[in-house]
Write a protein that binds this ligand. Structure first.
Ligand code: CA
Length: 350
């Protein structure tokens, strides 16, 4: 769909928006409108000229590779706790289960449950073929970080924390754009994200036989939507990410890696907050279209770095002004991100 917004550089399934004119101030409103339009139509947008330092991005991918190259027994020295609500440390392949959730499930589940309540675990929980390491800001008492003992990967902790704050800064620019797009003051969303309750995840999908990904019991990551405000995604050049077509539930379109862009998607909490005007789109990771995925072929490993941005857990939010009116009443009562997100985390970690 070509809407004539000059900041939209590419009109693929997911649009590429030039974020530069927002950052340099030359056309903040035009960029903000393009971002919101993408969030309303598909829930995903690529940002070009995002301003993130290239050397820091490649260095974080190098740290990720160094970590996942270590022997399993070493990687497990910073173990992810058993508790489903404490998302920190290392999770080995097959550890996390994500509830399969489709557009149709959500449509049918209504505002009160919002979580695909009709699903059964046996049908919809599948083992993931991935390993990951998660951390947050260092002084977050609700969810302390879990680091490796001294002597293992020296410099890793510092690199993670530096990258965490680089992406936190990026998040704040996007939240300012979002506020502007709703004709709200710059700080509208920032006020609900003052505490930086975000999560940096280093993700590795090991190389795998194509046959395994075809098996319904396993996938790189099954269909799901994110639960927070927004997710920033950096990925290598392997690909495999797909988004569900809201108009044709069950069908997926490829979201290929585009060099030097940052992929951003809206989460369920933002969808709810926006009175469902913004879409939190179901997505999954499968064998990339660029590689031969015939039986017996090996699908190469993939590295990605998602950064999950959540609102402050104790702050209550109500539907964003301008997303509701007499004609379009609020679909949801006020809630706090903490209550909402903890329930989602607990449900997703089995
Ligand atoms: Ca996701």
């Amino acid at each position: 769909m070509n809407t004539g917004n000059k900041h939209i550089l590419d009109h693929g399934t997911v649009k590429v928006v030039d974020f530069g004119p927002f950052l340099d101030g030359s056309d903040r409103e035009g960029v903000a409108d393009a971002v919101l339009e993408s969030f309303k139509t598909i829930g995903f947008v690529y940002l070009a000229n995002h301003g993130l330092p290239h050397d820091k991005i490649s260095s974080m991918f190098e740290w990720s590779k160094k970590l996942f190259d270590l022997p399993l027994e070493i990687k497990q020295l910073a173990p992810h706790p058993e508790s489903g609500a404490h998302h920190r440390g290392y999770s080995a392949p097959g550890r996390e289960a994500v509830k399969k959730r489709t557009h149709a499930d959500r449509e049918g589940s209504g505002p009160a449950s919002g979580n695909g309540a009709a699903e059964t675990a046996s049908d919809n929980v599948r083992r993931d073929i991935k390993e990951n390491f998660e951390c947050g800001r260092e002084d977050f008492e609700d969810m302390p970080n879990i680091w490796y003992p001294d002597g293992i990967l020296p410099g890793f902790k510092e690199a993670c924390l530096e990258f965490y704050w680089i992406l936190d800064k990026m998040e704040r620019e996007i939240l300012k754009a979002l506020a502007l797009s709703f004709k709200l003051p710059d700080g509208y969303f920032l006020n609900f994200h003052a505490n930086s309750e975000n999560q940096l995840r280093l993700l590795h999908y090991p190389s795998v036989l194509a046959d395994v990904l075809e098996d319904k019991e396993a996938s790189r990551i099954p269909a799901h939507s994110d639960y927070g405000t927004i997710t920033l995604l950096l990925q290598d050049d392997i690909g495999g990410l797909e988004v569900e077509d809201a108009h044709n539930p069950g069908t997926y379109a490829s979201v290929p890696p585009i060099p030097d862009t940052l992929l951003v998607n809206a989460g369920d909490f933002l969808m709810r907050w926006s009175n469902d005007t913004i879409k939190s789109t179901v997505h999954r990771v499968r064998a990339p279209p660029s590689v031969d995925s015939k039986s017996g072929k090996v699908i190469p490993s993939r590295y990605s770095i998602p950064y999950f941005c959540g609102a402050d857990s104790s702050t209550v939010v109500d539907c964003i002004p301008s997303t509701w009116s007499e004609d379009r009443p609020k679909l949801y009562p006020p809630t706090s991100a903490g209550e909402y997100i903890k329930a989602r985390l607990a449900a997703n970690y089995a």
